[in-house]
Design a binder for this molecule. Structure first.
Ligand code: EPU
Length: 419
């Protein structure tokens, strides 16, 4: 188990290339199960979550080849039961349910439990499948969905906390091979959903409205192979913008998509950072006196929950009192107790963190608990005095491609050592 030693106080400058999006690539790889023909996916990031997904696809019978960032998948024949041993490692494994149900009319996957960021039900995924005519059964920790035939239907995927990203993906993947027209109301509008819809359309699907809250899918009888390049990772991009805000003179993101970063760029601008964008770059200029922020997470195009922890790290040294409200996963504040161990001044109410900026943070041994919380601890370490020892960095490796090497190339000093 590796840990990272982040030596604080080093200034960042230069350019960093943003990788392909993890949360786009995961369902897109699963979607390759919808056809017998080969699919070629480019800009697939080299991350442990991606490796788990490729292992599941291989177990299900697909031939998987990987050459650098390009993955080729040929799923001539597929099995319909995903193995618990791999599925339990990654919640996003549930997104093989939709394509297997669409193609084979049945699928069995271990039911994902809660995870550290909160309760993570899949009731809305199942509601969508049921609307298409499937039945689901939960038995011995597995969920099985099956159907004689799938028929298009209108279904709302609105939950208590808003729409569901992977639920929208899953229902869309099942519906592309259903008979007739499916309408998903209150669909998630995240760019990753649009990326999946674009890939499915390249495979021959007929999907319109992705990127809005109403997606219309006209079923087709079969899909064919296709090539696709995954969009840039907006959360990795946002994380590097926060690193630049914390410790940067001038940092430029390359192969970024500024249009997907509106809420994050908006909050950085509110704090007083100067940001310039071109079609595929974002440049942030350092600011010695940033302002406190009031942030509420919301579904896209609102401020992403996946950037909440990193902004907590940022405002922990911003003078004034910042308020951070988490509406998607109200318990997603595991980073707070670790930031407090580094000297941050944070008061909690359910779902809300009040962060009073302090003059200094001091390096300390801290424990990574989930992907984005771990990234926040690395960011806090960049601005702390002394060395921050981030333990359990496998959480970071699930979602950031070589974050230590990329930050070091910008001027940070981070060592990765065996714990
Ligand atoms: N929800 C339900 N029922 C469901 C599904 C979701 O009540 O059937 C609730 C959830 O509990 C949550 C809200 O709806 O309160 C939104 O969850 P959503 O389903 O949108 O989350 P997800 O699709 O499982 C994806 C990302 C997460 C990201 C969320 C929200 C992937 C692989 N994961 O999860 O990313 O936080 O959307 O934007 O795409 C991360 O990358 O660190 C990460 C956790």
């Amino acid at each position: 188990m590796d840990k990272m030693l982040v030596h604080g106080g080093h200034k960042l400058s230069g350019s960093v290339k943003i990788s392909g999006s993890k949360n786009s690539a995961l369902p897109i790889l699963a979607a390759a199960l919808l056809t017998k023909e080969p699919c070629v996916i480019q800009h697939v990031p080299d991350l442990s979550d991606i490796h788990y997904m490729l292992q599941i696809l291989a177990f299900l019978g697909a031939e998987v080849e990987r050459a650098s960032g390009t993955v080729t998948i040929r799923a001539e024949k597929v099995k319909t039961i995903a193995p618990y041993e791999i599925v339990r490692k990654m919640r996003a494994s549930v997104c093989v349910l939709g394509p297997l149900l669409g193609r084979e009319k049945e699928a069995t996957v271990s039911l994902p439990g809660g995870c550290v960021i909160g309760d993570r039900p899949i009731d809305l995924h199942l509601k969508g499948f049921d609307a298409l005519g499937a039945t689901h059964r939960i038995d011995a920790g597995n969920v099985k969905v099956f159907a004689g035939r799938l028929r298009g239907a209108t279904v709302s995927l609105l939950g208590k906390q808003g729409p569901t990203v992977l639920g929208t993906d899953n229902v869309m993947m099942a519906a592309v091979l259903a008979e007739g027209v499916t309408v998903i109301e209150h669909a998630a509008a995240e760019p990753e959903v649009v990326d999946l819809a674009n890939f499915l359309n390249r495979m021959g699907a007929k999907i319109t409205g992705a990127g809005t809250d109403r997606i219309v899918i006209e079923g087709v009888s079969e899909l064919h192979g296709a090539e696709h390049a995954v969009i840039p990772d907006r959360i990795e991009a946002g994380t590097f913008l926060v690193a630049a805000a914390i410790a940067g003179r001038e940092v430029r993101l390359q192969r970024a998509e500024p249009n997907h970063l509106g809420a994050v760029i908006g909050k950085l601008a509110d704090a007083g950072y100067r940001i310039e964008t071109t079609a595929d770059t974002v440049t942030l200029h350092g600011n010695g006196d940033p302002k406190a922020l009031d942030i509420t997470t919301n579904p896209y195009p609102g401020f992403p929950t996946d950037m909440q922890a990193q902004f907590c790290a940022l405002v922990s040294r911003t003078s004034g009192c910042s308020k951070i409200t988490e509406t998607i996963f109200p318990q997603r504040f595991m980073h707070v107790s670790e930031l407090k161990r580094m000297g941050a001044d944070i008061e909690m109410e359910p779902g809300i963190a009040y962060v009073k900026g302090v003059d200094r943070l001091s390096g300390a041994p801290v424990m990574a608990s989930d992907l984005r919380a771990s990234a926040a601890l690395v960011l806090a370490g960049l601005q702390a005095e002394g060395i921050t020892e981030v333990n359990r960095v496998y959480h970071i490796d699930r979602g950031y491609e070589s974050i230590d090497e990329k930050l070091n190339a910008l001027g940070a000093h981070i060592e990765r050592v065996k714990a």
